[in-house]
Write a protein that binds this ligand. Structure first.
Ligand SMILES: NC(=O)c1ccc[n+]([C@@H]2O[C@H](COP(=O)([O-])OP(=O)(O)OC[C@H]3O[C@@H](n4cnc5c(N)ncnc54)[C@H](OP(=O)(O)O)[C@@H]3O)[C@@H](O)[C@H]2O)c1
Length: 243
């Protein structure tokens, strides 16, 4: 069995569902000692009952600072918490724009700001961006802009942390069937059509599985990827290769 994360203390946000949940379970199988963070404690405990679970809104600075004061040293961050709201620049309200930036960019920024000093030499951070933070589509303007900012945050952190031998990368998934996509389909007037479209936009002609994103994250959090930092890696069935 792969134990590449043996003994590494890793914080996972968004661990109560979707990609964060599947990733937390994979990291645990590979030997990680988990700290799970999210807004619903019961969901975190369902992900991994033995893990340390912390109720935390990552966009609340006072809460993040209080958590940092008691958290202790970390060897990894997997920042998967995020929120999708659809709409164009014209149709998105300022309140929705701010909520999407808060969930997808302010939260990871605050975690990096307050937890950065706790990262041990050799630690690795993985931020979950999106392939629509790399390429524009018409209906997710605020989310795309926020994820593009998150990709840059990963690069900036890679530079800032390199002298301490700490790495930071972003991964940019294409559509993965999780509660986030279910909510998007539920709000659609044509769910079957939208599901077919989401599945068909990449050369492999299917949506991703959360574990396929988690496996890339596990590699980036382990010493196997010790020379990889400051990158944004698409995991999207080849969508990024297509014009
Ligand atoms: N699924 C896709 O197709 C896809 C594609 C590209 C990128 N992504 C990204 O992948 C990540 C995981 O998404 P998912 O698909 O697994 O969706 P999901 O199941 O909806 O998970 C999102 C998680 O983010 C947490 N979250 C949101 N706002 C938060 C906040 N302010 N504080 C703390 N936690 C917060 C939610 O936790 P609560 O329990 O507290 O609500 C939830 O567990 C997200 O960053 C998403 O943008 C997803």
């Amino acid at each position: 069995m792969d134990r590449a994360l043996e003994g590494r203390r890793i914080l996972v946000t968004g661990a109560g569902s979707g990609i964060g949940r599947v990733a937390a379970r994979l990291f645990q199988e590979r030997g990680a000692d988990l700290v799970l963070a999210g807004r619903r404690l019961d969901a975190l405990r369902e992900t991994a009952p033995q893990a340390q679970c912390v109720k935390l809104d990552h966009a609340d600075e006072a809460a993040v600072a209080a958590f940092a004061a008691t958290c202790g040293p970390l060897d990894g961050l997997f920042l998967a918490a995020g929120e999708l709201r659809t709409g164009s620049v014209e149709s998105t309200s300022t309140a929705d724009f701010e909520a999407v930036l808060t969930a997808n960019l302010r939260g990871p920024w605050l975690l990096a700001h307050h937890l950065g000093p706790l990262l041990r030499e050799g630690a690795s951070a993985v931020l979950v961006g999106s392939n629509i933070g790399l390429r524009a589509i018409p209906d997710s303007a605020a989310y795309s802009v926020a994820k593009a900012g998150l990709h840059m945050l990963a690069k900036v952190l890679a530079l800032e942390w390199a002298p301490r031998r700490i790495r930071c990368n972003a991964i940019a998934p294409g559509p993965v069937h999780t509660p986030m996509v279910d909510a998007r389909l539920a709000a659609s007037g044509h769910p079957a059509l939208d599901l077919a479209r989401l599945s068909g936009v990449n050369p492999l002609k299917r949506m991703g599985a959360a574990v396929e994103v988690a496996a890339l994250a596990a590699h980036l959090l382990s010493g196997e990827s010790a020379w990889t930092t400051g990158t944004v890696i698409p995991v999207d069935g080849g969508a990024d290769a297509v014009y």
